[in-house]
Write a protein that binds this ligand. Structure first.
Ligand SMILES: NC(=O)c1ccc[n+]([C@@H]2O[C@H](COP(=O)([O-])OP(=O)(O)OC[C@H]3O[C@@H](n4cnc5c(N)ncnc54)[C@H](OP(=O)(O)O)[C@@H]3O)[C@@H](O)[C@H]2O)c1
Length: 381
């Protein structure tokens, strides 16, 4: 189909007709550009008209949100040098495209990422589903409230601080970033529920929790989502976690759906990463693993070439294909990458292609764990 469109676009008259179609289907314009480069007749018009990312209900009890979100972590930490101007432009373009689920945490740069998002949302708050998290004190540099991350007293303080940094009256989705092993989950979620009652927060979620914790938390308050790593090379949730979320009607917010950039095929050696890039400390990017992992990419790259799409788009399309309850939240601080990622939403993979991709990356195929050993202990509890 896309191949036909591309052929159409080569004739000026047909290109105009295609342009008219794409004005009605703005994401298709975006999609074509990602696959084939600029289609000249569309170039000026698509910017003003790309408003098309599909919206779905986030979980049984959640808000309407874009089927693909935008992760903001890398705008402030972990993936190279921050570039605030480019990041804010990316958030604005996301909102233009209807990508309204914007995801941050108070741990990203110890509040810096929330402040950046707050800056970007000035005058546009109503267009966004603002999602933030709390309770990952290890990533936040230890925390300064005097309480552990899931302590009800910490929850209350953290929320007020997030509201202030984000410059909003209410947070649309407030999630526990990491389960606190020192505090019963009922107490933490009980404190989160009080925030809902107080009107500071609309919906609640968890991140990286284990199945029994999810069940216990849900009994306190109907949670809408679990934010967790899910991608071709991180399929750990397939099993009791995914089953539990589906039983409870909770959406999966699939983080690092591009494998922290690895699945785009642009990071095959450590030379591709800056000296201070946080991925240098991640096991899968370590010298002993990165070559083995890079070898896994060869066949997906060949599939992407055959389809005329990028490797990252194919990886993202696979996540989308896992179900309407799976909302990938790829992260980028670049408008160009955002457009490519948005276009991946409309890649309709056949069941055979989904299966073939899954077969290339069976569960646990990647060399190296998702996080370094100490951080692994905080997952799935
Ligand atoms: N709950 C949790 O514990 C947790 C943990 C990790 C992440 N998250 C959330 O999930 C979000 C997404 O995950 P992530 O950022 O870790 O990983 P990701 O989305 O898998 O990958 C992000 C990396 O890929 C690059 N990238 C994005 N689009 C690209 C494209 N089209 N072509 C080439 N490179 C591309 C980005 O660089 P550029 O900026 O240069 O595009 C960045 O380096 C985060 O922002 C964060 O909000 C949550």
């Amino acid at each position: 189909m896309i191949g036909e469109n591309h052929r159409l676009a080569r004739s000026p008259k047909r290109a105009w007709m295609l342009g008219a179609t794409l004005i009605r289907d703005p994401l298709a314009a975006c999609r074509l550009r990602a696959r084939f480069g600029a289609v000249p007749v569309l170039k000026r018009r698509q910017t003003a008209t790309m408003l098309g990312m599909k919206q779905r209900q986030l979980g049984r009890n959640g808000p309407m949100a874009s089927a693909q979100g935008l992760g903001c972590m890398g705008m402030s930490i972990f993936y190279g040098q921050p570039d605030d101007a480019s990041s804010i432009a990316t958030i604005h373009r996301a909102l233009d495209l209807g990508i309204n689920m914007i995801v941050t945490s108070d741990a990203y740069g110890n509040g810096a990422n929330e402040s950046l998002l707050g800056q970007a949302l000035k005058g546009r708050r109503d267009q966004a589903v603002v999602c933030t998290k709390f309770g990952n004190l290890a990533l936040a540099g230890g925390g300064d409230t005097g309480f552990t991350g899931g302590d009800p007293r910490h929850v209350a303080i953290a929320c007020d601080r997030s509201l202030k940094r984000l410059g909003v009256d209410v947070i649309d989705l407030y999630a526990l970033h990491r389960v606190d092993p020192l505090v019963p989950i009922e107490d933490t979620v009980g404190a989160m529920q009080r925030l809902v009652t107080q009107g500071k927060v609309r919906h609640l979620g968890l991140s990286e929790a284990g199945a029994s914790t999810i069940e216990r938390a849900y009994r306190v308050h109907p949670l809408v989502s679990l934010e967790t790593e899910y991608s071709l090379w991180s399929r750990d949730i397939e099993g009791d976690i995914l089953t539990t979320c589906r039983k409870l009607g909770m959406a999966i917010m699939a983080y690092s759906p591009l494998g922290r950039g690895f699945l785009t095929g642009t990071i095959k050696t450590l030379d591709a990463l800056g000296e201070k890039d946080g991925r240098r400390n991640m096991p899968r990017f370590k010298p002993e693993n990165i070559d083995k992992n890079a070898a896994l990419l060869e066949r997906i790259e060949a599939m992407a070439r055959d389809q005329g799409v990028t490797t990252g788009q194919l990886a993202l399309a696979w996540v989308h294909a896992q179900g309407d309850d799976v909302f990938p939240i790829p992260g980028t601080k670049r408008v160009t990458h955002l457009a490519q990622n948005a276009a991946a939403f409309d890649l309709a993979l056949t069941p055979q292609e989904v299966q073939a991709l899954g077969d290339l990356f069976p569960k646990n195929v990647a060399s190296g764990t998702r996080y370094p050993e100490p951080a692994m202990k905080g997952l799935g509890i």
